[in-house]
Design a protein around this ligand. Structure first.
Ligand code: 13P
Length: 217
């Protein structure tokens, strides 16, 4: 595959990585973003430890999903490559993965507290409670396994003492999940500070889940 065929995927990953940074979901070089390159068995993924402010399209790494090897010479891919690969392997339905350190989600991560469905829109976007993956150190294969297990068939997972990972059929929808999860966590954390959030009724959970299943394709 010629290098020019990757430029659209590299650009889309870079655009969404910068949006994530501009939205305040990460600072400096934290977090990472990847997307499948359709029909190729490859992903485009942000490089390790390069601040978004100066990150360029040619620094986006092209990686073989099966072997984890770089397809072209360039900067080292994100240290969370094991988690990205594990999620693509576990979920053939997803086309993009976004890892953030969004502030209110990170409060829940530090408390190791899941984000239950407390807002109508949440169940429709996320498919259910956002669970907390068992703790493992950043960048490890164990973290990758824990994240894939706790993600299940939903649109995101909280990483204990770390942040979250959001997934979607494509980059715009994974980014929408990342924004929505932080907005929901902000409401939930504020509600916990002054009272006891009330769970949605069962029939709303069922209706929301049915809508989630329809829109995640
Ligand atoms: P990378 O810069 O290697 O992607 O790491 C950032 C991060 O958030 C690790 O969890």
């Amino acid at each position: 595959m010629a290098a020019s065929l990757f430029s659209g995927s590299r650009r889309a990953v870079l655009v969404h990585a910068k949006k994530m940074w501009e939205a305040g979901l990460v600072v400096a070089s934290a977090g990472n973003v990847s997307a499948r390159i359709p029909g190729s068995g490859l992903i485009a993924i942000t490089p390790a430890s390069i601040p978004y402010e100066v990150m360029t399209e040619d620094q986006i790494a092209i990686v073989d999903l099966e072997s984890g090897e770089l397809r072209e010479p360039g900067p080292r891919p994100s240290s969370e490559l094991p988690t990205h690969r594990a999620l693509y392997a576990a979920r053939p339905d997803i086309g993009a993965v976004i890892h953030t350190h969004a502030p209110h989600v990170s409060v829940l991560a530090v408390l190791r507290q899941p984000l239950p469905p407390v807002l109508d829109e949440m169940i429709v976007y996320f498919g259910g409670t956002i669970e907390v993956a068992r703790y493992a150190f950043t960048g490890t294969d164990q973290l990758a396994r824990n994240a894939a297990e706790a993600l299940g068939d939903r649109a995101g997972v909280i990483l204990a003492n770390h942040g979250n990972v959001c997934v979607g059929p494509d980059l715009p929808r994974a980014f929408q999940i990342a924004l929505t999860m932080e907005a929901t966590a902000r409401v939930y954390v504020a509600a916990l500070g002054i009272g006891s959030p009330v769970a949605l009724p069962d029939d709303s959970l069922l209706s929301g889940r049915a809508l989630y299943e329809r829109r995640r394709i």
